[in-house]
Design a protein around this ligand. Structure first.
Ligand SMILES: [Zn+2]
Length: 353
C-alpha cells in the first residue's frame, strides 16, 4: 500500500495524489479521494468530472513533495540530471547575473528540461574579497561594493532582477578582506526594506557573530571554522536559518571541519533553529539529484527523520501547490537510503522520470 508524506505531520496510508494543470488538485487517502470527488463540481469549461486524473500511475512505494536544494551553483552542474535525481527546485547562491537570471527565467517555463532554478545572482563582496579570486567563480560571480551607499544600491540592484527575494553576501576572512560593519548593515537594511532576506557565506573567526549582529537572516553554510558559543547559537536559533552543506567538509570522511559544522548545526537545531537542506552542488564531486549523504549528516546532527524530510522540501503536497512529486521505492522515514532511488519524479505535473 503506498505511503504518502504530504508535509509535516501528514503521513498517510493508501495515498492518492491527483495532479492537474501543473498543480496538485488533491492529496490525501483513497477514502478521502472518493468523498472529495463525489462532492466536487465538474469543470465548468470542459464538463469533465472534477479531480479526474489525466493518467493514473499506481505505485507501491513512498510519495513525497519534490526535494529542494537550497544551495547550488547550477552553472557547474546539470539542471536536467538534478531533476531526474528527485530535486525539483534549486536555489542558486552565486553566479554572474547575465548568465543566471536568464536561466532562472527560462526554468519557469513548462518546456524547460530541468529543475526550477531560482537565483540570488552575484555575491556582494568587497574589493579583493571572496569569491573574486576563487577558482570556481567566473568573472561577475562577485559584485564588488565600496562603502555603505554602494552596498545598499547593489542589494537593490540584485533584488530588482531576481524573483527570489534573497541577497547573498560573502564574509570570508580566511580568503581575503571582508565587508566593513557599515557595509554589512547597509546591505541588511536595504534588503529588509525591500521585504527580502540576506544569506551569507560566513567563514573565519568572528564572522558568524558579525553576521548575526548586522542582521543577516541565513547562513548559506553551517559555520565550520570555529565552535560558536552556546548563547550566540541560542540567539541565532530564534532569528536565523541555517543551510546545511555538511558533506562538502566530509565526502565520506571524518574531518575537523565536519565535526565543527555538525556541532554548530546540532546545537542550532536543538535550540529550535530552522535548518534547510543544501549541498553546495557544483563545489567538487557531489551527486546530482538527492544527496543521501547530506541527509545522513542531518541525522548525525540529531534531526529526526521527519524533520530531515521537512528540511529537504519547502511546499506540502496540498491542493493548489506545484505538482512537484517524488516517488521512492521505500520509506525514508525508516531508511534514509530510500532517498537514493527515486522511482518517479514529477515537476509541474509532468512526469520527468
Ligand atoms: Zn556555494
Amino acid at each position: 500500500m503506498p505511503l504518502g508524506w504530504l508535509g509535516p505531520g501528514r503521513l498517510v496510508e493508501d495515498v492518492v495524489v491527483v495532479l492537474h494543470g501543473g498543480r496538485v488538485a488533491f492529496a490525501g487517502t483513497a477514502r478521502e479521494y472518493v468523498v472529495a470527488r463525489a462532492a466536487a463540481d465538474p469543470d465548468p469549461r470542459t464538463g469533465r468530472a472534477a479531480l479526474e486524473p489525466d493518467e493514473v500511475l499506481r505505485v507501491d512505494g513512498f510519495v513525497m513533495p519534490g526535494v529542494a536544494d537550497r544551495h547550488v551553483h547550477i552553472g557547474l552542474s546539470d539542471a536536467a540530471a538534478v531533476l531526474a535525481g528527485g530535486v525539483t527546485s534549486v536555489r542558486d547562491l552565486g553566479w554572474p547575473a547575465d548568465a543566471i537570471f536568464p536561466l532562472a527565467a527560462a526554468s519557469e517555463g513548462p518546456s524547460f528540461a530541468g529543475a526550477l532554478v531560482r537565483a540570488t545572482g552575484p555575491i556582494l563582496t568587497c574589493h579583493g574579497g571572496y569569491p573574486t579570486a576563487a577558482a570556481w567563480a567566473p568573472p561577475g560571480t562577485g559584485l564588488v561594493v565600496r562603502g555603505p551607499e554602494e552596498a545598499a544600491a547593489a542589494a537593490r540592484w540584485v533584488l530588482a532582477r531576481s524573483s527570489l527575494g534573497v541577497v547573498k553576501m560573502a564574509m570570508n576572512g580566511e580568503a581575503g578582506p571582508v565587508l566593513s560593519d557599515e557595509e554589512l548593515v547597509a546591505i541588511c537594511d536595504a534588503t529588509h526594506a525591500a521585504g527580502a532576506i540576506v544569506t551569507a557565506h560566513v567563514q573565519g573567526r568572528g564572522e558568524a557573530a558579525r553576521a548575526f549582529g548586522a542582521g543577516v537572516d541565513e547562513f548559506a553554510h553551517a559555520p565550520w571554522s570555529e565552535r560558536l558559543p552556546d548563547d550566540l547559537v541560542g540567539a541565532m536559533a530564534r532569528r536565523m536559518r541555517m543551510v546545511s552543506t555538511l558533506d562538502i567538509h566530509s565526502r565520506g570522511r571524518d574531518t575537523a571541519e565536519l565535526r565543527t559544522a555538525l556541532d554548530n548545526l546540532a546545537r542550532f537545531a536543538a535550540a529550535g533553529g530552522p535548518v534547510v537542506y543544501g549541498t553546495d552542488l557544483g563545489n567538487g564531486p557531489l551527486p546530482t539529484g538527492i544527496h543521501v549523504g547530506e541527509a545522513w549528516h542531518l541525522l548525525r546532527a540529531g534531526l529526526p527523520h521527519e524533520r530531515i524530510l521537512q528540511a529537504m522540501t519547502f511546499r506540502p503536497l496540498a491542493p493548489g501547490e506545484p505538482g512537484d512529486v517524488v516517488v521512492l521505492e521505500g520509506s525514508p522515514l525508516e531508511d534514509l537510503n530510500a532517498l537514493s532511488r527515486p522511482a518517479a519524479v514529477f515537476r509541474g505535473g509532468r512526469r520527468t522520470r
